[in-house]
Design a protein around this ligand. Structure first.
Ligand code: GAP
Length: 540
């Protein structure tokens, strides 16, 4: 599991609950775990699917003007050359000379020139070694920090250094002694086809060394060989929608304005992996490209901003923890004429859940140039603004709401997590107050005692009623009734139905409401209706 010791307490509790109750596990845990990859357990897979199904229903199946797509994860490498990902999808990477941390310069904490730069190591032992290193680093002029006064160590902190001209410090230890920034492309590259490209690389390198090539030249010749079979894992789902624009539009005879939506895995070789599933290398996105007439981008952006707000709020997220941040002009990409981030207040602070961007016709133009194919739309009814005549051929503009699905799961979990305390501040109950449509199970069916065959049979009959109604129910007979309630509280099951001897005599069950632990004796048919209503309204 990635190191959670620096996370806020709430995150540590959530990570622990996720493992304990089967929401999220570290990938390949028995082999020591794979950094930045996660497996969704039985509860997590239900929660994630429920969230993604909600998105699909809202964005696609409840509308006339959006259709779906599932494009391949591995696409032609020219897709990524044309989109700019091969040339521009780069992070500025820096190494810290003191603690060896490798990090992204654009994510590092800002430090004003001349500011004090205390360097804090994990413990005294490391700080002692680091002090010696800092002394040496101060002697060489081009590593970053400058002396501030007397260099001294106080426990695990080193004082006596001030920031140099870099404007930022190591996010791990605070040191200003840093390597040059190097560009690092975040796409995962692999090769397609039955031949191993390494043979060709070795031959090319041997020839290069013999002819006296320098490192940069050797890298270029190796790249040339790899290029013949190179492919990339997609770093976003969006490009699939752009390159299939024409096929989708023509096969569906759909008119602009319309959207193409896609959900699925994306891969980025992230340098900074943080906050559990918030930023990982393999993650899922929910993206939609909405194609509109040139000039309609800004109003379409406003429309989708409002729609996305309605959707996030419909999941029951606390409105006070959701906000929309408009990008300043200097934050916008050169082709974009507007962008909003949907931000959620996570336990570590406000952070991005979704970006909603007006991208003009940049992407379709880029793919027209890259492929030589026309990606245009002809509107026979519209007036061409240049000629003033009916019939307008144009490259559509695009508004893109691009949300993180796995990041959405984390937001939903953070929002739902709650601990009830007694008068002495002791935790009496942990409960996930999930929206009923997101909860892995909508109802737990609990026979009061598992040894009573009649109760067990009746409980199974009740569970079958829910299955027939298409409602995810969990028949659950393990442990005491109290423990079962606690388990269902922690996985967010909105209702539990207890089957006792009265159930056998008069067809009643005891319904327990997750949020306030209220209990009522009702007929089974009423229980089905209560759950159905909660799924419709979101209210328990
Ligand atoms: N097509 C545009 C695009 O991909 P982005 O802002 O890079 O835009 C969209 O990604 C969303 O995908 C983000 O708002 C975030 O929710 C999610 N996302 C991006 N990188 C992620 C990562 N490494 N781990 C988890 N989610 C990520």
């Amino acid at each position: 599991m990635s190191d959670t010791s620096k996370e806020p307490e709430l995150m540590q509790k959530l990570v622990s609950l996720c493992k304990r109750r089967g929401f999220v596990f570290q990938s390949s845990e028995i082999y020591g775990g794979l950094k930045s990859a996660y497996d969704y357990g039985p509860m997590g897979v239900e929660l994630k699917r429920n969230l993604m199904n909600e998105w699909w229903a809202f964005m696609v199946t409840s509308r006339e003007d959006v259709v779906g797509l599932e494009s391949s994860i591995i696409m032609h490498p020219n897709v990524w050359r044309a989109s700019g990902h091969v040339g521009n999808f780069n992070d500025p990477l820096v190494d810290c000379f003191v603690c060896q941390e490798r990090f992204r310069a654009d994510k590092a904490p800002a430090l004003k020139e001349e500011a004090l730069a205390p360097i804090e190591l994990a413990d005294k032992g490391r700080a002692k070694l680091a002090l010696e290193k800092v002394k040496t680093l101060l002697e060489s002029s081009d590593t970053g920090g400058a002396p501030e006064g007397e260099l001294k160590r106080d426990g695990k902190t080193i004082h006596g250094v001030k920031a140099g001209e870099r404007g930022y410090a190591c996010p791990n230890c605070g040191s200003p002694f840093l390597s040059e920034e190097r560009n690092f492309n975040g796409m995962f590259r692999t090769s397609l086809g039955p031949t191993d490209p390494m043979g060709g690389v070795i031959e090319a390198l041997k020839a290069g060394v013999q002819s006296g090539m320098n490192d940069d030249q050797l890298r270029s010749v190796a790249d040339e060989v790899l290029k013949k079979s190179e492919v990339y894992l997609r770093p976003e789902t969006a490009q699939g929608m752009f390159v299939q624009f024409q096929n989708v539009q023509q096969s569906q005879a759909i008119k602009v304005p319309f959207g193409i939506a896609q959900m699925g895995k994306s891969f980025r070789n992230e340098i900074t992996i943080e906050h559990f599933i918030f930023r990982s290398c393999e993650f899922e996105q929910m993206e939609m490209e909405f194609f509109c007439e040139p000039g309609k981008g800004p109003e379409t952006l406003q429309y989708w901003k409002e729609q996305r707000q309605i959707w996030w709020e419909s999941l029951g997220l606390n409105k006070k923890r959701l906000r929309f941040r408009e990008h300043d002009a200097d934050e916008l990409a050169h082709y974009s004429d507007g962008c909003f981030d949907v931000e959620y207040e996570f336990p570590w602070g406000w952070d991005e859940l979704e970006g909603i961007a007006s991208r003009t016709n940049f992407d379709l133009n880029a793919h027209m140039k890259g492929s030589g194919k026309k990606l245009e739309y002809f509107d026979s009814e519209a007036i061409n603004p240049e000629t003033g005549k009916k019939g307008w051929r144009y490259v559509p503009h695009v508004v893109e709401p691009a949300a993180g699905a796995t990041r959405g799961v984390l937001a939903v979990l953070c929002d739902a997590f709650d601990e009830e305390l007694d008068d002495n501040g002791k935790i009496t109950r942990t409960v996930l107050r999930l929206h009923p449509r997101l909860a892995p199970y909508k109802v737990g069916i609990l026979p009061l005692v598992k040894k009573d065959e009649n109760l067990v049979n009746r409980a199974r009959e009740v569970a079958a009623l829910f299955f027939e109604a298409g409602i995810a129910a969990k028949y659950d007979e393990q442990h005491t009734i109290g423990k079962r309630y606690a388990r269902h509280d922690e996985i967010g099951t909105p209702y539990c139905l207890t089957i006792d001897s009265d159930s056998l005599e008069n067809g009643t069950v005891t319904i327990r409401y997750r949020d306030d632990k209220r209990q009522e004796v009702i007929q089974v048919s009423e229980a089905v209706e209560i759950v159905r209503q909660a799924l419709k309204t979101g209210k328990l």
